[in-house]
Ligand binder design. Structure first.
Ligand code: ADE
Length: 247
């Protein structure tokens, strides 16, 4: 059983429309939808925002639904200046940019795990990258030319990159710079991935975080994020996971 999570309904709605033989269960203020997705058994849920919401949702997926693999799909703010809205980041290393137990431990160190980051298995990274590339190659089939134009999506690309997660929406160059200078080679910032990664690491199951860039994590980010989420985030989630499952 594969668990698929997003932090917002808009990140998983299109996938839910594709789920067959659906059975829904509500636990702890979240509704879990079990069924068959592109011929594979899956359970889909939206967790709400932030590390705590994500971590408790992953725990439920593991303990109640016995998932053996986890995929998170959603949006992120770009930290890497070459990334544009509509590009896709597949997780390599995941850091918690707001973890700071100094002077007891090094900044960013995850207490008592002796780790600075969690890493996605290389095979999972490559499979997800290939799926996202297939989706982007045919993006015009799922996203209208008006939408592509509005978001200035011309030749979107996929990278495997490091992700910084924390309980903050990043909306200024000052905050971007702090993340960029403190952590190595960060591609994008979001609010759940490294929490999901920590729980999966602790339970010993593979995970992949797939993030589409919705904004540049700058003073425009709230507006860009809201527009992207409202119109095309769900197309990306559906398209990439369809490619991943059907291939
Ligand atoms: N998710 C999407 N954009 C984000 C941002 N700018 N900061 C944090 N999480 C995000």
């Amino acid at each position: 059983m594969i668990g698929i999570m997003g932090a917002m309904p808009e990140e998983v709605n299109n996938l839910l429309d594709q789920l067959k033989d659906v059975k829904s269960t509500t636990i702890g203020m979240r509704t879990y939808y079990e069924g068959v997705l592109f011929a594979k058994p899956a359970v889909i849920v939206f967790s709400r925002w932030g590390k705590v919401a994500a971590a408790t949702t992953v725990s439920t997926l593991l303990l109640k639904f016995k998932v053996t693999e986890l995929i998170f799909t959603g949006v992120a703010g770009a930290i890497n200046h070459t990334l544009k809205v509509g590009d896709v980041v597949i997780s390599d290393k995941l850091f918690q940019h707001d973890m700071d137990a100094r002077p007891l431990m090094a900044q960013y160190e995850i207490p008592l795990l002796n780790k600075l980051f969690f890493e996605t298995e290389q095979e999972k990274q490559e499979e997800a990258k290939a799926a996202a590339e297939r989706f982007l190659k045919n993006i015009k089939k799922t996203i209208s030319s008006e939408d592509l134009e509005e978001f200035r999506i011309k030749s979107p690309r996929v990278i495997i990159g490091n992700i910084a997660s924390g309980d903050r929406f990043i909306a200024s160059n000052t905050d971007k710079n702090i993340i960029e200078e403190g952590l190595p080679n960060i591609a994008c910032v979001e609010m759940e991935g490294a929490a999901v990664a920590q729980v999966c690491y602790e339970f010993g199951i593979p995970f992949t975080i797939i993030r589409t860039i919705s904004d540049a994590a700058d003073t425009q980010s709230d507006m860009d994020f809201t527009k992207f989420i409202a119109s095309i985030a769900s197309n990306y989630s559906e398209g990439i996971i369809r490619e991943l499952f059907e291939h």
